[in-house]
Design a protein around this ligand. Structure first.
Ligand code: 5GP
Ligand code: ZN
Length: 114
């Protein structure tokens, strides 16, 4: 685990954080600067810097991240009304923490992308 990676430190317990979910592969915690009433980050425990660094055998992990987000959306009561899942990659994608994470955002009407 890279000692200088914020999300490795959170996932590894070095920075005390309330987890909304934890299992053997991922943790989920609320974003420090929420963009919606529900804004939760789903983060793999293993360090992977960007989507570009995913390997073919990470497909199950990525699927697990999405299914974890869906389960959290149900817990938050936003599954029916709806929500958004986002993964940013590299500077043009506005990635700011270089340890992959899936944003779950909902609880209000989000603007369309078009
Ligand atoms: P990115 O811009 O890389 O897609 O998303 C990084 C997210 O991490 C941002 O939404 C930011 O608010 C959040 N974040 C940054 N530092 C912390 C922190 O120390 N704790 C938590 N809970 N979220 C953080
Ligand atoms: Zn990391």
């Amino acid at each position: 685990m890279p000692d200088d990676c914020l999300f490795c430190r959170i996932a590894g317990g070095a920075i005390p954080t309330d987890f909304e979910h934890e299992d053997d592969r991922v943790v989920a915690f609320r974003d420090i600067n929420p963009q919606a009433p529900t804004h939760i980050l789903i983060v793999p425990k293993r360090h992977i810097a960007t989507v570009n660094d995913l390997a073919a055998d990470d497909a199950d992990l990525v699927g697990h991240m999405m299914l974890t987000a869906r389960s959290l959306a149900e817990n938050e009561g936003i599954a029916g009304p709806g929500y958004r899942l986002v993964v940013n990659c590299n500077p043009d994608g506005a990635q700011s923490v270089y340890h992959i994470h899936l944003h779950l955002m909902g609880g209000r009407q989000l603007r369309g992308l078009g």
